[in-house]
Design a protein. Structure first.
Length: 236
């Protein structure tokens, strides 16, 4: 198991783990894997060593989740700023950002705020900016023992009522972006997800029909899609 470390974020400690890249990867852009809501960085454990063959890999636990401190308030912009501050703390310059679900939404906002920091972006089952109608659960998820129950109502309220200006923000994002969709088995609407990819100046869409947790249900296909995208990213 990878050893946990933590960094002082001002509001508390953010926990993370890292894997150094293999021989000859010192100059390769690092990858940051951002987990979904109700989870933590361990969701990437089966894939991180494979990605680390070509680069260093970093797995943070978002604020209020996993082993990071449970300190509100929680919002998409707060989590976005945490992610950018995490890059600063680890002195990570241009990175490959990979996010799942809530983590994808946070990664997207980070890329929009600081596109010069993001070499490439992978959005796995990213909630599209349309009203989602997701019911806010009242029970804690089993996937993360240290999960602040205040996280979910806050971020789901934002995802359920997105700002319509999100579409114009997508159209201005210059970062090469892979939108990975889970197909009809996902609880997220797939047509708006495809529209997100079309809206991005350097966007592409890959559908792996396994449902919402593509990286867990089809890890080999997920890695192949990501590495193929990084080997030949689209241009604006």
């Amino acid at each position: 198991m990878l050893a946990y470390r933590s960094v002082d974020m001002g509001w508390g400690r953010l926990a993370y783990r890292s894997i150094e890249g293999g021989p000859g990867t010192e100059a390769a852009p690092p990858m940051v894997l951002v987990h979904g809501g109700g989870g933590d960085g361990t969701t990437w454990d089966a894939l991180a060593p494979t990605f680390a063959r070509h680069r260093s890999v970093h797995l943070p636990d978002l604020r209020g989740m996993g082993r990071s401190d449970r300190v509100g308030p929680y919002s998409l912009t707060v989590l976005r700023d945490d992610l950018l501050a995490f890059l600063d703390r680890l002195a990570l310059d241009r990175v490959v950002l990979v996010g799942h679900s809530l983590g994808a939404a946070v990664a997207l906002l980070a890329a929009e705020r600081a596109p010069e920091r993001v070499l490439a972006l992978v959005l796995e089952e990213c909630p599209p900016p349309v009203p989602l109608g997701i019911i806010v659960p009242t029970d804690l998820p089993d996937s993360a023992p240290h999960y602040d129950r205040e996280v979910r109502p806050s971020v789901l309220a934002e995802l359920n009522a997105p700002d319509p200006a999100r579409w114009s923000a997508l159209a201005r994002l210059p970062v090469p972006t892979l939108v990975l969709a889970g197909g009809p088995g996902s609880h997220l609407p797939q047509e708006p997800m495809a529209r997100m990819a079309d809206s991005l100046p350097a966007g592409s869409l890959v559908t792996i029909p396994t449902g919402h947790h593509v990286h867990a249900q089809a890890p080999d296909a997920f890695v192949t899609a990501v590495e193929s995208f990084l080997a030949d990213p689209p241009t604006a």
